[in-house]
Design a protein around this ligand. Structure first.
Ligand code: ADP
Ligand code: MG
Length: 358
């Protein structure tokens, strides 16, 4: 197991990159703590696989270094880095049995056969394929083959890190939940450093101790699920995480007061002069409908989603979402909204500004 350090790392797929736009991965410095479970979260094309493949050694970065436990591995081949990687689509040996596929990484490392037999049985149980161990991989469904790939990724206990690149894409929904639980269990048991790539926030938030959010080739925030919820450092984190995501509202900010379309909105902290595009970010959980105070809205639709209600409304020509309790009544006269000042974040050019408490 290892701490993984990214030092001044950046990558461009172009031979002679010029501006920042030419980089699929913008400059990045980060320590992945030994033994932590991370999710790497972001929409398609933001650079997740690029980063993972640099860590595993499938890709040579155009700039910077990678260190495992402070040892430079930038120019080491994948095999020398002693890691397991599982990809989005299955990589299995069709002519081998499921058992031999699972045993492969262990045989490769020269483990003894008694240990291999026991460990393969254990993994077979974890991926729910115990009764298929003697079948050839050929002819199995994509779903079953992907479970073999996952099993092979998990079979060795002595790896530096486990890297998963959207491994549950072809797995059916029920099994997804089951396998994610198994991965978490594996993490608790062996404490591997794990990096799990996904574009699905639920998957990221349920799997990881820490979530690394990427946007357009850049890591925009690394935090616990709570931190991402309470203090999104970038507007992208605010609306990508949460359902619905954070409301982002153009505003002017002066001291402890914001002005939205000329109306005053009290803030929970004080702010100095701000440059560029200034916005308020407030999660739907911290917006309340009211009949007699706040800013005007037009309620469009109320969705009952069980635990709570989502209210979709129009706010100065844009959309705003509000979350209310399942028993809250949405009266026809409720055409105003109030923001909870302690939960209003202020953004300048999409980055969160830390306010000064009174
Ligand atoms: P993600 O895994 O988050 O979907 P990728 O890391 O695969 O994103 O891709 C990041 C960016 O790099 C995208 O714009 C993608 O088109 C580009 N890219 C990925 N692989 C290559 C490649 N082999 N050659 C050129 N461009 C690539
Ligand atoms: Mg990818």
């Amino acid at each position: 197991m290892a701490k993984i350090t990214l030092d001044n790392l950046a990558h461009s797929y172009l031979p002679n990159p010029g501006s920042e736009d030419d980089f699929a991965l913008k400059e990045l410095n980060h320590d992945w703590e030994d033994g932590a479970a991370y999710a790497l979260l972001g929409s398609s094309g933001c650079g997740k696989s690029t980063l993972l493949n640099i860590i595993s050694g499938l890709l040579q970065p155009s700039q910077g270094r990678i260190l495992f436990n402070d040892r430079d591995v930038t120019h080491q081949a994948t095999a020398e880095r002693n890691i397991a990687q599982v990809f989005q689509f299955p990589v299995v040996y069709d002519t081998m049995t499921v058992r031999d596929n699972l045993a492969f990484p262990l045989r490769n490392r020269g483990n003894d056969e008694a240990y291999i037999a026991e460990r393969v049985q254990e993994i077979g149980r974890m991926i729910d394929m115990e009764d298929m161990l003697d079948r050839k991989a050929r002819g199995l469904t994509a779903d079953a083959k992907q479970k073999i790939s996952l099993g092979r990724g998990m079979v060795r206990k002595d790896v530096n890190a486990l890297l998963f690149d959207e491994p549950l894409t072809v797995i059916d929904p029920h099994m997804k939940w089951e396998l994610r639980t198994q991965l978490k269990k594996l993490h608790h048991e062996f404490g591997h450093t794990m990096i799990y790539v996904t574009h699905d926030q639920t998957e990221a938030l349920t799997f990881a101790d820490k979530v690394v959010v990427m946007y357009d080739g850049r890591v925009v925030q690394i935090g616990t699920p709570d931190e991402l919820f309470e203090r999104p450092e970038h507007t992208f984190v605010g609306y990508f995480i949460g359902s619905p995501g954070m409301n982002v509202i153009p505003a002017k900010v002066e001291g402890r007061t914001a002005y939205v379309e000329g109306s005053e909105v009290p803030l929970g902290a004080g702010y100095g002069p701000l440059e560029g595009k200034v916005e308020l970010g407030v999660r739907p959980e911290f917006v309340r409908l009211s009949a007699d105070e706040g800013l005007p809205v037009k309620v469009r639709r109320v969705e009952d989603v069980g635990r709570h209600k989502i209210i979709r409304a129009e706010f100065f020509g844009s959309d705003i979402n509000i979350i209310a309790g399942e028993d809250d009544v949405v009266g026809a006269d409720m055409n105003r909204v109030v923001f909870d000042p302690a939960h209003v974040n202020v953004y300048a050019n999409d980055w969160r500004v830390q306010g000064a408490a009174a």
